[in-house]
Write a protein that binds this ligand. Sequence first.
Ligand SMILES: Cc1cc2nc3c(=O)[nH]c(=O)nc-3n(C[C@H](O)[C@H](O)[C@H](O)COP(=O)(O)OP(=O)(O)OC[C@H]3O[C@@H](n4cnc5c(N)ncnc54)[C@H](O)[C@@H]3O)c2cc1C
Ligand code: SF4
Ligand code: SF4
Ligand code: SF4
Length: 402
Amino acid sequence: MKKSNLPNKYKCIGCMTCGDICPKHCIKFELMEDGHFMPKIDYNLCIQCHKCEKVCPVLNKNKGLSTKSSPFASWTNDDILIKKSSSGGTFAQIAKDFILSGGFVAGAYIDSLDVKHILIDNIDDLHLLQGSKYIQSRTCGIYNEVLNKLKEGKKILFSGTPCQIAGLYNIIPKKLWENLFSIDLICHGVPSRKDLFLYLDSHNPKISKIQSFRDKTWKYGYAMTLIDENGCKVQDENNYFFDSFNANKTLRWSCYNCPFKTGLQRQSDITIGDFWGAKKYEDQKNKGLSLCIIHTLKGQILLENNNLHYESIDWEECLPRNKDYFNPSNFFKYHPLRKLYPKIVKSCDFETLKILYGKPESKVSLKYRPLLFINSIIQYIDSKYKHKVVNKMLCKIKKSES
Ligand SMILES: Cc1cc2nc3c(=O)[nH]c(=O)nc-3n(C[C@H](O)[C@H](O)[C@H](O)COP(=O)(O)OP(=O)(O)OC[C@H]3O[C@@H](n4cnc5c(N)ncnc54)[C@H](O)[C@@H]3O)c2cc1C
Ligand code: SF4
Ligand code: SF4
Ligand code: SF4
């Protein structure tokens, strides 16, 4: 039997669009040894219709990219909404008004220790979608749910990573796009689920629920709130999981060469991120501040909201601290420790993992020092490289504007 032409593990972005289109439901998603999902086809059921290949965004780019994208600083004036959001609550404010006008909103929510996409139409459920969840959300079934609502004439606001948005526009026929609005995120990449589980397993008593990956109610930044098996709150900031995530050591292979964030333009209507390093808005920074990039007229309509404060800014003000907006690659395509991750994770204990993938807390034994030295050189070269890429992009923007 002919095997499928779906992308391999280095290219597949894990958007799960292929699973939703399959008429025989014969694509399942399996967690690989590196802690990322890959589609697996049951060839006993497959009828070789190739629909999965036609919707795959890696094999087919569908929606054209915007022609002009413009950056804004933004935040909601609603104190309750902003507190539950990761940055300025721009998503929550837009979503709230979208629901109040009769629309449905799709986004990621935490299901105990997992993250999935759901569709809501009640503002009482909005808190479920608020806040960043730093693993790849499972999107199985969500595209079909959205498709059915659009066919009923409902308005949909879909929020997700740029690759999920690309999958969305591939599976939804163009004639239904009028009622479809999309928000994507500035996306650093998605870390390994296995890494998250190992970090959670290192707690005693055991963790039974992730309440929030970024809980501003007790600290602005990478401050996690977990619930243990006794129902007690565990507050943990700047922990191993965030260290390895931020050091790009366990990301999905496709995130090191992401095809959906190569320039300033995107497939979505709006992109939202954290406005790191915004000097102009010192007072707002502790409450939460979003960087918002408008790509389309629909995006502009969403942002023009009476409860949102938004101001046009220059690219120079935001790009240097937000390199992940468009920079898809590192100087070294994959971090060497990323390649070794599946093997290391199988054979090493958590303490060793912390030394190699996180930030060592105390003096490490001699045998690991050469590795850590190489690691710091890699990180230094990467940061210089990214700085250069951003400067190049800023020069390009200046040239095109003059
Ligand atoms: C994996 C990941 C990596 C990110 N990397 C960066 C980065 O490098 N730089 C940066 O500036 N910002 C990054 N962000 C975005 C940032 O963390 C905030 O989500 C963003 O600033 C929006 O904040 P907000 O206050 O407007 O809304 P929030 O309420 O914080 O955002 C909620 C929205 O994000 C969506 N969302 C949350 N988690 C996921 C997920 N796992 N998959 C898909 N959608 C999700 C929800 O559906 C919801 O719509 C990342 C987010 C994620 C999930
Ligand atoms: S070829 Fe058709 S039946 Fe086979 S996995 Fe793809 S969508 Fe499913
Ligand atoms: S549709 Fe998405 S999950 Fe399926 S093969 Fe393509 S990239 Fe991978
Ligand atoms: S970096 Fe690219 S491939 Fe990775 S999750 Fe983000 S959008 Fe998807």
